[in-house]
Design a protein around this ligand. Structure first.
Ligand code: ATP
Length: 350
């Protein structure tokens, strides 16, 4: 993968810059945050998906594409002409693909090299283990299954088709019946506990790690099965799926904050040993907390997650720190604004 270095504008006036992102995922708060911090905002929308960005008035400008494959040099030139800084989010990376992201010429907020570490299960595990996080055990060989496991198929969009097994035989039975040809899967120890997604922000400008908020996900039909009797669940032969439908705010026990801060700090510290500027900006540790209050981390997202969307007006945590409603989108814009004003743009671009 080749990495291109954007040419940085000399201006130290934030209003000469545009915050741009793809109209999806967490774009509403990213674009609103840009405007709140005095920058311009631009949404890149696939035709037919622009309604929210128009209706909520968060985008100063909308550029339309027919397909994401239309993201080409011409579009990038349009963005470069406007001094646009592109903000990646989950859908952004999914639509564009890592390779195209790494070759982008336009200014990009974040470290592109980190994408390799979060997208490869083995590398991701090395990173999190080195940071001292507790991870669910991984079973390389299905024959070793000796406790409940969750089987994750790579192609299973949004957690659809994951299944639970507790013996090698059970695993094989479901695998052969549902996915006879599929071999790209991970078998993880099933951690009994509640899911907690911790949202962090690491600023290269202030050097500080902040906890922005927490959420849990509203998943279909994992969150609906409990609404019917166990007998009916069996009778209806319903399988658990984890298709994400929305996000629900969570405030955690205050005594757990210390550990979450340390986890975030260690992940950032190790990332600096892995690649260039390391991890900065928003990121999320996706965890399960057990009844003994042990925190198991099963995944990291090295960018803004949609779980921050309930907090466009700020979270209980950002309310403690800021005098204005501070969404994660706005926090990104503030980082960029301060970098521009202090002539430190290079430090926040990947
Ligand atoms: P992505 O961030 O890629 O969309 P995700 O956050 O949905 O992935 P998955 O790994 O797909 O996470 O997990 C889907 C669901 O399965 C979540 O509800 C999560 O809480 C649960 N889960 C994942 N791993 C485990 C585990 N090891 N033990 C218990 N539950 C798990």
């Amino acid at each position: 993968m080749t990495k291109n270095q954007p040419i940085l504008p000399a201006s130290t006036n934030p209003s000469d810059f545009v915050i741009a992102t793809i109209g999806s995922h967490s774009a509403l708060q990213i674009l609103k945050g840009a405007k709140d911090e005095g920058l311009k905002s631009l949404a890149i929308c696939k035709k037919g998906s622009e309604r929210a960005y128009e209706s909520y008035g968060v985008a100063d400008e909308i550029i339309f594409v027919d397909e994401w494959s239309d993201w080409n040099e011409q579009l990038e030139e349009e963005l470069i002409k406007r001094n646009a800084i592109v903000i990646p989010h989950g859908s952004f990376i999914a639509y564009m693909g890592h390779d195209r992201v790494s070759k982008m010429q336009v200014m990009y907020y974040g470290t592109k090299e980190i994408l390799k570490w979060e997208s490869d299960r083995t590398l991701e595990r090395q990173w999190l283990e080195k940071a001292g996080l507790q991870l669910p055990r991984v079973f390389e060989n299905p024959a070793d299954i000796d406790k409940p496991v969750i089987v994750k198929f790579h192609g299973a969009g949004g957690g659809f088709g994951y299944f639970i097994a507790k013996t090698p035989e059970q695993f094989q039975e479901v695998k052969d019946r549902k996915y006879p040809k599929e071999n790209d899967f991970a078998i993880q120890e099933y951690i009994v506990g509640v899911p907690i997604y911790a949202h962090f922000f690491q600023s290269p400008i202030t050097g500080e790690l902040e906890i922005m908020s927490f959420d849990k996900r509203y998943e279909s039909n994992a969150d609906s099965i409990g609404r019917i009797r166990a007998e009916d669940q069996l009778a209806a032969n319903i399988h658990t799926s984890y298709t994400i439908v929305g996000n629900i705010p969570v405030v955690i026990r205050e005594s757990m904050l210390q550990e979450f801060f340390e986890m975030g700090e260690n992940v950032v510290k190790v990332s600096r040993e892995l690649c260039g500027k390391g991890l900065f900006g928003p990121f999320c540790l996706e965890c399960i907390v057990t009844r003994k209050l042990e925190i198991f981390c099963f995944e990291i997202s090295a960018r803004i997650v949609a779980g921050t969307n309930p907090y466009i007006e700020g979270s209980p945590y950002t309310a403690l720190k800021y005098d204005v409603p501070m969404s994660t989108g706005r926090r990104i814009a503030r980082d960029i604004k301060q970098a521009i004003e202090q002539g430190r743009l290079e430090e926040i671009l990947g």
